[in-house]
Design a protein around this ligand. Structure first.
Ligand code: DX5
Ligand code: ZN
Length: 217
Protein backbone atom coordinates (compact mmCIF):
# COMPACT_ATOMS: atom_id res chain seq x y z
CA UNK A 1 0.00 0.00 0.00
CA UNK A 2 1.18 3.53 -0.76
CA UNK A 3 2.11 5.49 2.33
CA UNK A 4 -0.13 8.52 2.77
CA UNK A 5 0.35 11.71 4.75
CA UNK A 6 -2.66 13.15 6.55
CA UNK A 7 -1.96 16.60 8.02
CA UNK A 8 -4.06 17.23 11.12
CA UNK A 9 -5.57 20.71 10.95
CA UNK A 10 -5.74 20.78 14.75
CA UNK A 11 -2.32 22.43 14.62
CA UNK A 12 -3.23 24.81 11.75
CA UNK A 13 -3.98 28.52 12.11
CA UNK A 14 -7.79 28.44 12.34
CA UNK A 15 -8.07 32.05 11.21
CA UNK A 16 -6.50 30.98 7.91
CA UNK A 17 -7.91 27.48 7.63
CA UNK A 18 -8.60 27.71 3.89
CA UNK A 19 -5.05 28.83 3.07
CA UNK A 20 -3.56 26.24 5.45
CA UNK A 21 -5.47 23.41 3.74
CA UNK A 22 -4.59 24.69 0.25
CA UNK A 23 -0.97 24.86 1.27
CA UNK A 24 -0.73 21.26 2.50
CA UNK A 25 -2.68 20.03 -0.53
CA UNK A 26 -0.19 21.77 -2.81
CA UNK A 27 2.61 20.30 -0.70
CA UNK A 28 1.47 16.76 -1.51
CA UNK A 29 -0.80 15.77 1.38
CA UNK A 30 -3.04 12.76 0.73
CA UNK A 31 -5.83 13.26 3.29
CA UNK A 32 -6.94 16.18 5.45
CA UNK A 33 -7.27 14.88 9.02
CA UNK A 34 -10.00 16.64 11.01
CA UNK A 35 -10.03 16.21 14.80
CA UNK A 36 -13.48 16.50 16.31
CA UNK A 37 -13.52 16.74 20.13
CA UNK A 38 -16.50 17.26 22.40
CA UNK A 39 -15.02 18.08 25.81
CA UNK A 40 -16.45 14.83 27.21
CA UNK A 41 -14.74 11.91 25.52
CA UNK A 42 -11.55 13.98 25.54
CA UNK A 43 -10.72 17.04 27.63
CA UNK A 44 -10.77 19.48 24.74
CA UNK A 45 -13.34 21.03 22.39
CA UNK A 46 -12.53 21.64 18.74
CA UNK A 47 -14.74 21.62 15.68
CA UNK A 48 -18.08 20.28 14.48
CA UNK A 49 -19.97 19.57 11.25
CA UNK A 50 -20.20 23.27 10.34
CA UNK A 51 -16.45 23.51 9.96
CA UNK A 52 -16.32 20.29 7.95
CA UNK A 53 -18.97 21.76 5.65
CA UNK A 54 -17.01 25.00 5.36
CA UNK A 55 -13.75 23.32 4.36
CA UNK A 56 -15.34 20.77 2.01
CA UNK A 57 -15.21 23.05 -1.07
CA UNK A 58 -11.67 24.17 -0.25
CA UNK A 59 -9.97 20.89 -1.14
CA UNK A 60 -10.23 17.85 -3.41
CA UNK A 61 -8.52 15.67 -0.81
CA UNK A 62 -10.55 13.17 1.21
CA UNK A 63 -11.63 14.55 4.59
CA UNK A 64 -10.54 12.03 7.21
CA UNK A 65 -12.74 12.90 10.18
CA UNK A 66 -11.63 11.53 13.56
CA UNK A 67 -14.53 11.63 16.02
CA UNK A 68 -13.32 11.93 19.61
CA UNK A 69 -16.83 12.28 20.96
CA UNK A 70 -19.29 10.40 23.13
CA UNK A 71 -22.25 8.75 21.41
CA UNK A 72 -20.78 9.24 17.93
CA UNK A 73 -23.79 7.43 16.42
CA UNK A 74 -25.83 10.57 16.98
CA UNK A 75 -23.63 12.66 14.69
CA UNK A 76 -22.78 10.30 11.81
CA UNK A 77 -25.45 11.74 9.51
CA UNK A 78 -24.43 15.33 10.24
CA UNK A 79 -20.77 14.69 9.44
CA UNK A 80 -21.60 12.61 6.36
CA UNK A 81 -23.86 15.38 5.05
CA UNK A 82 -21.16 17.93 5.82
CA UNK A 83 -18.85 16.13 3.39
CA UNK A 84 -16.70 13.73 5.41
CA UNK A 85 -15.16 10.96 3.30
CA UNK A 86 -13.94 8.79 6.18
CA UNK A 87 -15.57 8.75 9.60
CA UNK A 88 -13.57 7.14 12.38
CA UNK A 89 -15.13 6.26 15.73
CA UNK A 90 -13.48 5.20 18.98
CA UNK A 91 -14.19 1.64 20.08
CA UNK A 92 -14.15 2.97 23.66
CA UNK A 93 -16.97 5.43 22.88
CA UNK A 94 -19.29 2.98 21.10
CA UNK A 95 -21.66 0.80 23.12
CA UNK A 96 -22.71 -0.92 19.89
CA UNK A 97 -19.63 -0.67 17.72
CA UNK A 98 -20.86 -2.98 14.98
CA UNK A 99 -24.07 -0.96 14.63
CA UNK A 100 -22.26 2.37 14.54
CA UNK A 101 -19.90 1.17 11.80
CA UNK A 102 -22.92 -0.04 9.85
CA UNK A 103 -24.49 3.38 10.27
CA UNK A 104 -21.38 4.99 8.77
CA UNK A 105 -21.45 2.63 5.77
CA UNK A 106 -25.16 3.27 5.29
CA UNK A 107 -24.40 6.98 5.17
CA UNK A 108 -22.21 6.28 2.13
CA UNK A 109 -18.96 7.10 3.90
CA UNK A 110 -15.84 5.01 4.58
CA UNK A 111 -15.81 3.58 8.08
CA UNK A 112 -12.85 3.69 10.44
CA UNK A 113 -12.37 2.36 13.96
CA UNK A 114 -9.83 3.75 16.42
CA UNK A 115 -8.37 2.59 19.72
CA UNK A 116 -6.39 4.44 22.37
CA UNK A 117 -2.87 3.40 23.36
CA UNK A 118 -4.08 1.35 26.36
CA UNK A 119 -6.87 -0.48 24.51
CA UNK A 120 -6.00 -4.02 23.36
CA UNK A 121 -6.07 -4.77 19.64
CA UNK A 122 -8.36 -7.74 20.35
CA UNK A 123 -11.21 -5.34 21.13
CA UNK A 124 -11.57 -4.47 17.45
CA UNK A 125 -10.80 -7.87 15.93
CA UNK A 126 -14.49 -8.77 15.56
CA UNK A 127 -15.20 -5.69 13.40
CA UNK A 128 -12.12 -5.70 11.15
CA UNK A 129 -14.12 -7.13 8.24
CA UNK A 130 -16.41 -4.08 8.46
CA UNK A 131 -13.87 -1.28 8.24
CA UNK A 132 -11.98 0.64 5.59
CA UNK A 133 -9.46 1.97 8.07
CA UNK A 134 -8.04 1.14 11.49
CA UNK A 135 -6.53 4.02 13.44
CA UNK A 136 -4.10 3.31 16.25
CA UNK A 137 -3.62 6.27 18.57
CA UNK A 138 0.05 6.79 19.33
CA UNK A 139 -0.77 9.44 21.96
CA UNK A 140 -3.71 9.78 24.33
CA UNK A 141 -6.25 11.75 22.31
CA UNK A 142 -7.11 15.36 23.11
CA UNK A 143 -4.20 17.53 22.09
CA UNK A 144 -1.61 18.03 19.39
CA UNK A 145 2.10 18.13 20.09
CA UNK A 146 2.36 15.16 22.48
CA UNK A 147 5.10 12.51 22.48
CA UNK A 148 4.82 9.30 20.50
CA UNK A 149 4.02 6.16 22.54
CA UNK A 150 6.17 3.49 20.92
CA UNK A 151 4.46 0.53 22.66
CA UNK A 152 1.61 1.01 20.17
CA UNK A 153 3.83 -0.27 17.34
CA UNK A 154 3.27 -3.83 18.59
CA UNK A 155 -0.44 -3.36 17.95
CA UNK A 156 0.22 -1.95 14.49
CA UNK A 157 2.16 -5.13 13.70
CA UNK A 158 -0.50 -7.41 15.11
CA UNK A 159 -3.30 -5.72 13.21
CA UNK A 160 -1.31 -5.80 10.02
CA UNK A 161 -0.74 -9.55 10.52
CA UNK A 162 -4.44 -10.10 11.12
CA UNK A 163 -5.19 -8.18 7.94
CA UNK A 164 -3.06 -10.67 5.99
CA UNK A 165 -4.48 -13.71 7.74
CA UNK A 166 -8.05 -12.52 7.24
CA UNK A 167 -7.43 -11.42 3.66
CA UNK A 168 -8.73 -7.91 4.29
CA UNK A 169 -7.55 -4.61 2.82
CA UNK A 170 -8.28 -1.84 5.31
CA UNK A 171 -5.75 0.95 5.76
CA UNK A 172 -3.74 1.26 8.97
CA UNK A 173 -3.33 4.79 10.27
CA UNK A 174 -1.30 6.13 13.20
CA UNK A 175 -2.03 9.41 14.94
CA UNK A 176 -0.05 11.33 17.53
CA UNK A 177 3.60 12.32 17.77
CA UNK A 178 4.31 11.25 14.19
CA UNK A 179 7.27 13.12 12.70
CA UNK A 180 10.49 12.52 10.76
CA UNK A 181 11.91 10.64 13.78
CA UNK A 182 8.98 8.28 14.37
CA UNK A 183 7.57 7.78 10.86
CA UNK A 184 9.88 4.96 9.78
CA UNK A 185 9.00 2.77 12.77
CA UNK A 186 5.29 3.24 11.99
CA UNK A 187 5.69 2.31 8.33
CA UNK A 188 7.92 -0.66 9.18
CA UNK A 189 5.32 -1.91 11.63
CA UNK A 190 2.67 -1.80 8.89
CA UNK A 191 1.04 1.65 9.01
CA UNK A 192 0.28 3.26 5.65
CA UNK A 193 -1.46 6.48 6.72
CA UNK A 194 0.56 8.87 8.87
CA UNK A 195 -1.32 11.68 10.62
CA UNK A 196 0.92 14.60 11.48
CA UNK A 197 -0.19 17.85 13.08
CA UNK A 198 2.56 19.80 14.77
CA UNK A 199 5.29 18.17 12.63
CA UNK A 200 3.73 19.87 9.58
CA UNK A 201 1.92 23.01 10.77
CA UNK A 202 4.60 24.19 13.19
CA UNK A 203 6.99 24.47 10.23
CA UNK A 204 7.00 27.53 8.02
CA UNK A 205 7.62 25.45 4.92
CA UNK A 206 4.93 22.74 4.76
CA UNK A 207 6.28 21.19 1.59
CA UNK A 208 9.62 20.65 3.27
CA UNK A 209 7.94 19.35 6.43
CA UNK A 210 5.98 16.73 4.45
CA UNK A 211 9.06 15.83 2.43
CA UNK A 212 11.11 15.33 5.60
CA UNK A 213 8.54 12.82 6.84
CA UNK A 214 8.46 11.05 3.47
CA UNK A 215 12.26 10.92 3.33
CA UNK A 216 12.31 9.21 6.71
CA UNK A 217 10.68 5.94 5.59
C1 DX5 B 1 -4.84 14.01 19.00
C2 DX5 B 1 -5.35 14.13 17.60
C3 DX5 B 1 -4.27 14.18 16.61
C4 DX5 B 1 -3.36 15.37 16.75
C5 DX5 B 1 -1.99 14.95 16.32
O1 DX5 B 1 -5.89 13.84 19.87
O2 DX5 B 1 -6.18 13.04 17.29
O3 DX5 B 1 -4.76 14.06 15.29
O4 DX5 B 1 -3.76 16.48 16.00
O5 DX5 B 1 -1.11 15.99 16.56
P1 DX5 B 1 0.48 15.76 16.56
O6 DX5 B 1 0.85 15.24 15.22
O7 DX5 B 1 1.00 17.12 16.85
O8 DX5 B 1 0.77 14.77 17.66
ZN1 ZN C 1 -6.69 12.66 15.13
Amino acid sequence: MNTKIAPSILSADFARLKEEIEEVEAAGADYIHVDVMDGHYVPNITIGPLVVEAIRPVTNLPLDVHLMIEQPEQYIKAFANAGADILTVHQEACTHLHRTLQLIKNAGVKAGVVINPATPADFIKPVLHQVDLVLLMTVNPGFGGQSFISEVLEKVKRISEWRNEMNLDFEIEVDGGVNAETAAACVNAGANVLVAGSAIFSKENRQQAIQEIRNAY
